[in-house]
Design a protein around this ligand. Structure first.
Ligand SMILES: NC(=O)c1ccc[n+]([C@@H]2O[C@H](COP(=O)([O-])OP(=O)(O)OC[C@H]3O[C@@H](n4cnc5c(N)ncnc54)[C@H](OP(=O)(O)O)[C@@H]3O)[C@@H](O)[C@H]2O)c1
Length: 298
């Protein structure tokens, strides 16, 4: 019998295309994955997921061994009014990326969200729980998950939550900005999650890719994994830590989600159970408070 061909993503220096390379996660992936191969970062101007018909031309030219999709429509409230666009970027285009991964025999790494769940569970969500999104963004991300799983034979689907970095739009940067300009801040104290630093997600992605680079060639990954920081908190306690670490004196008032209405409904419980990541790969992300402190030093 002829020996199986080694997949190209197991080469010593795979060609790694990163979409959404200017986003919070995309920027950290662009740095972290240099340790693995040749990184080709693409911004929206080179690879627009709202125009999925143009994607095949981009990938035919770049001939990737690994495709990392860090691009996404992430405006959760706006998605309620732009669901067609959100679902084209987060759903349809991910299906096209999966077709491109199949065509080029590339490994596809894609990121999803706790927002595929409704948040009604009392404990952390595991990979075996059935998704049931309660907003347009969640529905669009779930569409992407399903398209990917149906089409791409080699993939890593990584769900994460409450993402932050020093660059980009996120809760951390918003609270630190507002605390310097407002007399007091109201912060929701009845939603639970684990703030997760993009640098930790990028390093986890690198470790997973290194694992598969060295795995027996018969092992093509088709994995759904929850990737989030250890520990749990509320938005209110997260904001309190941020102000303490930055020595900002702005008073914080805890409020319920009911008193703080937003366009999109949010899950009460965003906690992701990361046992599968730990037992299968030996990877545990740092406690959320440690990562927040380290991030603030960058
Ligand atoms: N942020 C969170 O709290 C959170 C939570 C759970 C999961 N996630 C998931 O984690 C992943 C990374 O999120 P992130 O926080 O890094 O998001 P982000 O900072 O909003 O970055 C998203 C990137 O996607 C790009 N993008 C948007 N529409 C595009 C389009 N039509 N074509 C090409 N690029 C487009 C954006 O480009 P521009 O800069 O040009 O807008 C941006 O660079 C996403 O899959 C997201 O769904 C995020």
């Amino acid at each position: 019998m002829k020996p199986a061909l080694q997949p190209r993503w197991q080469n010593n220096a795979p060609r790694i295309v990163i979409t959404g390379a200017k986003g919070q996660l995309g920027q950290d992936l662009t740095v972290a994955l240099q340790a693995l191969g040749t990184v080709l970062p693409l911004g929206r101007e080179h690879c627009d997921l709202s125009q999925p018909q143009h994607l095949p031309g981009v990938f035919d030219e770049l001939k990737p061994d690994i495709i990392i999709n860090a691009a996404a429509y992430t405006a959760v409230d706006r998605a309620e009014d732009e669901e067609a666009l959100a679902s084209r970027v987060n759903g349809t285009a991910v299906g096209v990326l999966a077709e491109q991964a199949l065509k080029h025999q590339a490994l596809l790494v894609h990121y999803s969200t706790d927002y595929v769940f409704d948040g009604s569970k009392n404990e952390a969500y595991s990979e075996t729980n059935t998704p049931c999104p309660i907003n347009a963004y969640g529905r669009s991300k779930l569409a992407g998950e399903l398209a990917l799983q149906q089409v791409a034979p080699a993939h890593l689907l990584l769900r994460t939550c409450w993402v932050y970095s020093r660059h980009g739009q996120n809760f951390m940067n918003t609270i630190l900005r507002l605390a310097q300009t407002r007399p007091k801040l109201q912060v929701v104290n009845d939603q639970w999650g684990a703030p997760t630093w993009t640098r930790d997600i990028a390093h986890t992605t690198l470790k997973l890719l290194q694992h598969y680079q060295n795995a027996p060639i018969t092992t093509a990954p088709a994995e759904l994994l929850h990737v989030s920081a250890s520990g749990k908190t509320s938005w209110f306690d997260y904001a309190s830590l941020l102000l303490r670490l930055q020595s900002l004196a702005c008073p914080l008032e805890p409020v319920s989600s009911h008193d703080y209405p937003s366009r999109a409904q949010r899950p009460k419980n965003s906690l992701l159970d990361t046992t599968r990541l730990e037992t299968r790969y030996g990877i545990v992300l740092p406690d959320w408070q440690d990562s927040v402190a380290r991030c603030l030093l960058t």
